[in-house]
Design a binder for this molecule. Structure first.
Ligand SMILES: [Zn+2]
Ligand SMILES: [Zn+2]
Length: 169
């Protein structure tokens, strides 16, 4: 889904896009559970291009405590600014520019909306996802899912490094 900036001007142009799960490559252990819809606009003023809009989809991932599958609803709004790179800058210059201005550089007068949406989804998924707020997680001793079983490991096994301390009580 490449947008050619030659077709974009100062007046915001509406864009509505839909991405199939196979076309958005998220991080390991995550994938789109349904198509991702983007509704927004793009405008360009001089060397700066602004993309703003909303992304809605469902991402399937795993609970960060018990590793069971979880579907997370995503409905996010974002704004991203892209600046034309003059001539090809060195990597140092790119880092400084991106850090200081929170903008991305583009070098070929095109914006790949698939990549823009992918990055926003990855940012949205950085936050830990839990299957339920009070997920008990996996037992560090037997690996059992403590939401499902009461394995009693904690009561029965004491790490030898702590056993000595326990005797002091
Ligand atoms: Zn869980
Ligand atoms: Zn256990």
């Amino acid at each position: 889904m490449i947008i050619d900036l030659a077709s974009v001007g100062k007046n915001p142009k509406t864009i509505e896009l839909e991405f199939e799960p196979a076309n958005i490559d998220l991080d390991d252990g995550m994938q789109l559970a349904e198509n991702a819809a983007f509704n927004g606009e793009i405008s360009r003023d001089g060397t700066r291009t602004r993309v703003a809009g909303r992304i809605a989809t469902v991402v399937s991932t795993e609970c960060s405590r018990c590793l069971e599958p979880v579907a997370k609803d995503i409905d996010l709004e974002f704004e991203a600014v892209f600046v034309d790179a003059a001539d090809e800058p060195t990597e140092d210059e790119i880092e400084v520019t991106v850090d200081e201005l929170d903008e991305s550089l583009i070098t070929d007068d095109k914006i790949d909306m698939t990549e823009v949406v992918r990055e926003q989804l990855i940012l949205a998924m950085i936050e830990k996802v839990l299957c339920q707020e009070d997920c008990k997680g996996l037992c560090p001793q037997c690996g059992g899912n403590r939401n499902l079983i009461d394995c009693k490991c904690e009561e029965n096994v004491i790490d030898p490094r702590w056993a000595a301390l326990k005797n002091l009580k």
